[in-house]
Every structure is written in structure tokens, then in C-alpha cells.
Write a protein that binds this ligand. Structure first.
Ligand code: CTP
Length: 392
């Protein structure tokens, strides 16, 4: 999702840094837009480093139309929103890039007021907020606590975690609300000795994007991951290392899940014996297969549970995957041709075909891993509706 993160000039601007980081960790594209006053509290360099693109310089820079960011955004989030910013937005002033973006957008807008208690309680602020609410703007209410200058009271900006959760829930369908989605991600690491491992090239990006997308669609998400990527916002994360750790962690949560997505690249083999201290010289490794986690999940699936497998292939990708889908007994198999340019391991984009049991096949041209995640979840939602008899 393309998110414009507007930051106006209040002490809470320092907390917007954390909001930015969390949104980027959840695989969104974040453009930070700071007002002049915001720049007195935090430097553009901080947001440029954490955001997905540098902080644009203002209305008059670079020949970019002042409406572009607003038109392209899927969400505009303003944190903190000062009394002044809310007033300018409410009356339709567009004299800087942030207010111009707010007027030019048709995307959901979420504002997070932050100000002193006296200002928060002033009728002018209350009326401006009422106007904005009437127009569909969502407001993340401030909390009570320490304010700038040593004051204490209502007006303190909500915490970043809350802001991110409300903002993401404000856009997109909530078609996984009430569902528990379990996702595995990353390449497992199989120990040779206390220092060395056997692993593969998987980064975990596709699995983390799936977890983040499911959370934004309202699901309770458990992510079982061996990736070093940061955990997406609002997702319960279980960190694992080896295939057997992953199997144990998944078994513990899968019985309660409506959906299990095996996006992890589980190592296919591991050393039969793990040395208990670091060996010297070239070891003579005897390998054995790892447990087939997906097969275990299929064998113990609960009625109505949707199971999704992934397949990384390098030749005759779709043909091999169709046979794999049947043999594994999953509902959906997402096939990655890892030899295609821009697709598969460690890229931010992916090119996949989604195969369905019963015959469907949807080829998706190269797109972001987040978009691939949403396309997979669209199919999952259709399956869930089918199995519960809901209408689509
Ligand atoms: N998988 C698993 N346990 C394993 C190996 C793979 O659960 N020990 C899962 C993966 O997470 C993926 C699916 O099985 O969802 C297919 O993985 P892939 O490695 O492509 O298939 P394999 O079954 O290992 O077949 P092969 O390597 O022979 O192509």
C-alpha cells in the first residue's frame, strides 16, 4: 500500500519516527511529508532514512504536481496532527505539500491529534474535528499523559502501535476479521555444529508480506519465522531456527487456525548428527531429510481449514507444481519460478502462479510481494466463504 505519512509540528513528531518504521516493516511504501514546523522538531534526514523515499522538499520542488502524492496514495495518515493543521485541513487551505496532499486525495485519511489539554478542549478544535469526522476522516483520539513543557493532561498523541493498527484497519477490506491465520516464513537453518548451518537463499520477505497483509485485513495472525526481518505490526511472532523447531511451533498453533500458509523455504535435508562442538577440517556429513511439515499439517487439518503451500521451481514450474499440489493435498499452491528475473529469493517483487485444487490457475505478472500476498489472500477468502457457505 502507498501511504503518505504527514507530520506536523508538535513534540509528538518524534513518535512519528516509530510510526514510519512500523509501517515500512509491514511492507508498505511510505512517503513522509513534513510541515515546516515539523522540521523544527525532527530532521528530514531521519524520515528519509526510514521511509521508502526521501522527504519531498515542498510544493515548489522538482516540478512534481502538488496533487500527485494525494492522488497516488492508498492512505494518508497525519501523526501528529496539531490544532493548526486540523484547522487548515478543515477549511480547505492547501498552502503546503501536506495540506495540498490532504485536499487532493480520495484515499482514507486518519489523523492523530496531539496538543496541550487547553487547546484540545477548545471549541474551535472540537468543531474542526467534528467537520473532518463528518467528511469521513478517522481520528485516533489522544491519550492522557505527559505533554511538552512539563504539563500533564489529555492531548498526548496515541502510541505508534495503536496508530498503525487503526490506520491499516481504515483501508482495504476486513474480510479476514475473526479468522486466525498462521504463516510460516524464511529459510530454516539446520545445524552442522554450534557454529555452522545448512540453509537456503530465502529472505522471508514473501511470508512477512503475507502476515502483514492478513493483519491489515483484520485477521489474528501468528507468524512462525526463521527470517531476520522485523516483525510486521500487529502480528504475533514466533522465532524459530530449524525445520523441527518450525514444525513444533506450527503444530502448537495450527489446530486453532482457519488458514495456514506455508511460505517458509524449509530445508529439505539436515545433518544426521549435530556435532556438539565446532569441528576442524572438512567434515564428512551424512544428511537426512527434514520432516515434511506441510504433509503433517494436511494430515491433521481441521474441517474447513484452508492450507496454502508454496513451491520454488526452476523449470517447468507450473507443470511440476500442479503435480505437487495434488500430491500434497493443499487447497492452493503458489508457484514461484525462482529463475525468472526480479522474482523469488530476496527480491521485493515476485512473479507467481496461484494453482487451486479443483483446477484454477491464476498467473500474476511481476508485482510487489505485498500485492502477491493480497492476491493469495483473495483466493483464501473465496475458499473460506465456500467452506462456510457464506456468499462471496
Ligand atoms: N515444505 C514443508 N516441509 C519440508 C519441505 C517443504 O512443509 N520439509 C513445504 C514448503 O513450505 C512449501 C511446500 O512444502 O510450502 C513445497 O516446498 P518445496 O521445497 O518446493 O517442495 P518439496 O516438497 O520439498 O519438493 P521438492 O524439493 O522435491 O521439489
Amino acid at each position: 500500500m502507498r501511504i503518505v505519512l504527514g507530520v506536523s509540528g508538535g513534540i509528538a513528531a518524534y513518535k512519528a519516527v516509530e510510526v514510519c518504521r512500523r509501517l515500512v516493516d509491514s511492507t508498505h511504501h511510505v512517503t513522509p511529508v513534513l510541515t515546516e514546523a515539523a522540521l523544527r522538531f525532527v530532521g528530514a534526514a531521519t524520515f528519509s532514512a526510514l521511509g521508502s523515499e526521501p522527504v519531498p522538499e515542498g510544493l515548489w520542488s522538482g516540478g512534481i504536481p502538488h496533487t500527485r502524492l494525494g492522488q497516488e496514495a492508498d492512505l494518508v495518515l497525519v501523526a501528529p496532527a496539531t490544532a493548526d493543521l486540523l484547522a487548515r485541513y478543515a477549511v480547505g487551505i492547501a498552502d503546503d505539500l501536506l495540506t495540498a496532499t490532504l485536499l487532493a486525495t480520495r484515499a482514507p485519511v486518519v489523523v492523530c491529534p496531539a496538543m496541550h489539554t487547553e487547546m484540545w478542549e477548545h471549541p474551535a478544535v472540537a468543531e474542526n474535528l467534528a467537520t473532518l469526522r463528518r467528511r469521513g476522516v478517522r481520528v485516533v483520539e489522544p491519550a492522557s499523559g505527559r505533554l511538552a513543557g512539563g504539563d500533564v493532561g489529555v492531548g498526548r498523541m496515541a502510541e505508534p502501535e495503536t496508530i498503525v493498527a487503526v490506520a491499516l484497519a481504515a483501508c482495504g477490506p476486513q474480510d479476514l476479521r475473526g479468522r486466525h491465520v498462521v504463516v510460516s516464513a524464511g529459510g530454516t537453518r539446520e545445524a552442522i555444529d554450534p557454529v555452522r548451518v545448512i540453509t537456503n537463499r530465502s529472505s522471508g520477505k514473501q511470508g512477512h508480506a503475507l502476515a502483514a497483509a492478513a493483519a491489515s485485513r483484520g485477521a489474528r495472525v501468528t507468524l512462525v519465522t526463521s527470517s531476520s526481518l522485523p516483525a510486521p505490526a500487529g502480528v504475533e511472532t514466533v522465532e524459530v531456527e530449524s525445520a523441527s523447531d518450525m514444525q513444533a511451533a506450527l503444530q502448537a498453533v495450527a489446530s486453532d487456525a482457519d488458514v495456514v500458509v506455508m511460505a517458509a523455504a524449509v530445508a529439505d535435508f539436515r545433518p544426521k548428527v549435530v556435532a556438539d562442538h565446532k569441528g576442524h577440517g572438512v567434515p564428512d556429513l551424512e544428511l537426512e531429510p527434514t520432516p515434511d511439515i506441510l504433509a503433517g499439517l494436511v494430515a491433521h487439518r481441521r474441517p474447513g481449514q484452508v492450507l496454502v503451500g508454496f513451491a520454488a521451481e526452476t523449470d517447468d514450474a507450473v507443470g511440476r507444481a500442479r503435480r505437487k499440489l495434488e500430491q500434497k493435498g493443499v487447497d492452493l499452491l503458489v508457484v514461484n519460478d525462482v529463475s525468472a528475473p526480479g522474482a523469488g529469493f530476496d527480491h521485493d517483487t515476485n512473479e507467481v502462479t496461484i494453482l487451486e485444487s479443483g483446477g484454477g490457475a491464476t498467473a500474476l505478472p511481476l508485482r510487489s510481494k505485498r500485492e502477491v500476498a493480497d492476491a493469495v489472500l483473495d483466493k483464501v477468502v473465496a475458499r473460506l466463504r465456500g467452506s462456510t457457505g457464506d456468499s462471496a
